[in-house]
Design a binder for this molecule. Structure first.
Ligand code: NAP
Length: 513
C-alpha cells in the first residue's frame, strides 16, 4: 500500500530514445550522511510519517533516490497549529536570541555543505559546482538575516502635539506559509525563512514534489541548531496532494502570511485562496528576462555574461536570460563568439560528474517545452546554429538560434531550459520597446559601454533587477523581486525582513512635559 506511483512519462522516454549517451546508464549513488537524508515530514519538532509515500527521482537517470512521506491536509493543519503555538513564545524571544540561532543554523549548513550539495545535485540535477554555490547562497540568507534581526528598528516620530509621543513599532506578522519550487531546493527556503524567523514569525514550508530532500535536511540542521519545536515545520507532498495542502496553507485563519516562489499561474491561484482571509502575500513568480547587447558593448564580456546567465542550472532559473536582443553592428560577431564559447564550455552529463556543466532538465515535460519552442521558431524562419535536439530522458542540447523574431514562442513565453534565441535590432528605442513588451518583469540584462545609454536603459527597463555588464546578479545583500506579473514584495537585502512585519502605531497621550 505504500508503493510509490511510478512516473511513467520518465520511464517511457528513457526506453524510447535510442541515442542515449552511455553516461546515463551508469549507476550514481547518493551517499549522504544518514541524519541528513530525511524522508519524513517535520512538524512540531518531530519526524512524522503519512499514510503513503511518494518517490524522489534523480532527473538525470530516473533512478529512485528515496520515498518520502506524502503529507496531506491533515498534516498541513497539524503543522499550522504547531507553528501558531510556537509563535506565542518565539515572538517573545529577543532579537539577539533569534540571531544566534540563525547563525548556528548557518554554521551547520557550512559544516555539511558537501552533503547538502549532493542532495541538490541528485534531486534537482544541477552540477555539484552549482549545488555548492547554491548551498553558499542559501546559507548566506541565514547569516544575513541573523544580522538583520538585530536591526529591526521602529521609529520615534516628531509629534505635532506637545502632550503626545508617536512611536512606530515593528512586530512579526505571525505564522507564514512558505511554498517553494524545485529549481533552488535550498535557497528559496532560506531566503524566506531566514527573514521570517529573524522577524519573530514561525513557518510551515511546503517544498516542491521533485525536491523535498533538501528541505528536510534543512529541518534536521534547524533541530541541531536548537531552533525550538514548531518554529520551522516542513510538509512534503506529492503533486496529487499539493492542492489540498496548499488550500490549508493559504486559507487557515491561523496563517497570517503566504510567501510563494514559483510560476505566475500558481501564484495567481494562491493569491485568490489567500484573499478570503486577507493574508499578507509575497510572490516571486516567473520571469522572461531580456538580455540586450548594444553596438558599444565589450563583446567578449557580453558572450561570457550570456553563457553564465543563460546556461546556469541548464537554463532553469527565474532570472535566466530568456530573450537575446543584439544590435546589428555586432550581431554576426556576437553569434560567432557565442557559438565558439558554447562548443568549448558546455558539457552535458550527470551533475555529480566533475566535467559536467549542463545537467538534465527537471523532467521530460520541461525538455518537450524547449523542443516545442525550437520547432516553432524553425518553422517561422529561425536558424539553428548549435544543438536543437532532445536527448535521452530530460536532457536537452544547449541550443543557439539566430534570425529569431518577436512572433516566435520562445520570445513570448518563459523557456526554463537551455535555449538561447537571438533577435537582431537596430535602435535603442526598438530594443527597449520589445524588451518591455511583456506582462512579466523580473530580471533584465544589458551590455553597453556608453554611460548615458547605461542610465537611460537601466531606468527604462520594466524589471525589478537589472544586470549592467553583468550576467549573474543574485546575492543576499541585494534585493530580489519583480514588477508586473513577476510578483509582489522583495526578498533578501534590507527590505526582505519587512515582508514579515507589521508596523504598529502607538500614540502616548496626556503627557505632562
Ligand atoms: P510551480 O509549478 O508554480 O510550483 C512551485 C511550487 O508551488 C511547488 O512547491 C508546487 O508543488 C507548488 N504548487 C503548485 N500548485 C499548488 C497549489 N495549488 N497549492 C499549493 N502549492 C502549489 O512552479 P515550478 O514549475 O516548480 O517552478 C518554475 C517557476 O518558478 C518558473 O516560472 C520560475 O520562473 C519560477 N521561479 C521564480 C523565482 C523567483 O524568485 N521569482 C525563483 C525560482 C523559480 P508541487 O511541486 O507539488 O507541484
Amino acid at each position: 500500500t505504500n508503493a510509490p506511483p511510478l512516473d511513467w512519462t520518465r520511464c517511457f522516454f528513457r526506453r524510447l530514445l535510442p541515442d542515449l549517451p552511455a553516461v546515463m546508464h551508469r549507476h550514481y549513488t547518493l551517499d549522504v550522511a544518514a541524519p541528513l537524508l530525511r524522508t519524513q515530514g517535520y512538524v512540531d519538532g518531530r519526524w512524522i510519517s503519512a499514510a503513503s509515500v511518494f518517490p524522489v527521482l534523480d532527473p538525470a537517470t530516473g533512478q529512485e533516490l528515496a520515498r518520502v512521506s506524502d503529507c496531506g491536509p491533515g498534516e498541513a493543519k497539524q503543522a499550522v497549529d504547531a507553528a501558531y503555538k510556537a509563535f506565542q513564545s518565539w515572538k517573545g524571544t529577543t532579537a539577539k536570541e533569534r540571531s544566534l540561532l540563525l547563525r548556528k543554523w548557518h554554521d551547520l549548513m557550512m559544516l555539511h555543505k558537501e552533503d547538502l550539495a549532493k542532495l541538490i545535485t541528485f534531486e534537482c540535477g544541477k552540477t555539484m559546482r552549482e549545488s555548492i554555490g547554491e548551498v553558499m547562497y542559501s546559507s548566506s540568507f541565514l547569516e544575513w538575516f541573523s544580522e538583520e534581526a538585530r536591526r529591526m528598528y521602529g521609529d520615534i516620530v516628531p509629534s505635532p502635539f506637545k502632550d503626545r509621543k508617536i512611536l512606530q513599532l515593528k512586530q512579526p506578522v505571525g505564522v507564514a506559509s512558505i511554498i517553494t519550487p524545485w529549481n533552488f531546493p535550498s535557497a528559496m527556503i532560506t531566503r524566506k525563512v531566514g527573514a521570517a524567523l529573524a522577524a519573530g514569525c514561525t513557518v510551515v514550508v511546503k517544498p516542491a514534489e521533485d525536491t523535498p530532500l533538501s528541505a528536510l535536511a534543512l529541518a534536521e540542521l534547524a533541530e541541531q541548531a536548537g531552533i525550538p519545536a514548531g518554529v520551522f515545520n516542513v510538509v512534503p507532498s506529492s503533486r496529487e496532494k499539493t492542492p489540498s495542502v496548499g488550500h490549508v496553507l493559504c486559507t487557515d485563519p491561523l496563517v497570517a502570511k503566504i510567501s510563494f516562489t514559483g510560476s505566475t499561474a500558481t501564484g495567481k491561484v494562491l493569491l485568490k485562496l489567500a484573499a478570503d482571509t486577507v493574508k499578507r502575500a509575497s510572490m516571486e513568480l516567473g520571469g522572461h528576462a531580456p538580455f540586450i547587447v548594444f553596438d558599444s558593448a565589450d563583446v567578449d564580456k557580453a558572450v561570457a555574461g550570456a553563457i553564465a546567465s543563460k546556461f546556469r542550472n541548464s537554463g532553469q532559473t527565474c532570472v535566466c536570460a530568456n530573450r537575446f536582443f543584439v544590435q546589428s553592428g555586432i550581431y554576426d560577431l556576437f553569434l560567432e563568439k557565442l557559438g565558439q564559447a558554447m562548443d568549448s564550455e558546455l558539457r552535458l552529463g550527470h551533475g555529480s560528474d566533475p566535467e559536467t556543466t549542463q545537467g538534465p532538465l527537471i523532467n521530460v515535460r520541461a525538455a518537450e517545452k524547449v523542443v516545442n519552442q525550437v520547432s516553432d521558431a524553425v518553422s517561422l524562419g529561425a536558424k539553428v546554429l548549435r544543438g536543437g535536439k532532445r536527448l535521452e530522458g530530460s536532457f536537452m542540447e544547449p541550443t543557439l538560434l539566430a534570425d529569431v523574431t518577436t512572433d516566435m514562442l520562445c520570445t513570448r513565453e518563459e523557456t526554463f531550459g537551455p535555449l538561447l534565441p537571438v533577435v537582431r535590432f537596430n535602435t535603442e528605442e526598438e530594443a527597449l520597446a520589445i524588451a518591455n513588451a511583456s506582462n512579466v518583469g523580473l530580471a533584465g540584462y544589458f551590455y553597453s559601454q556608453d554611460v548615458s545609454q547605461i542610465w537611460r536603459v537601466a531606468e527604462a527597463l520594466e524589471v525589478g533587477m537589472v544586470g549592467i555588464n553583468e550576467g549573474i546578479i543574485s546575492t543576499s545583500e541585494a534585493l530580489f523581486g519583480g514588477v508586473k506579473q513577476s510578483g509582489l514584495g522583495r526578498e533578501g537585502s534590507n527590505h526582505g525582513i519587512n515582508e514579515y512585519v507589521e508596523v504598529k502605531y502607538m500614540c502616548f497621550g496626556g503627557l505632562k512635559l
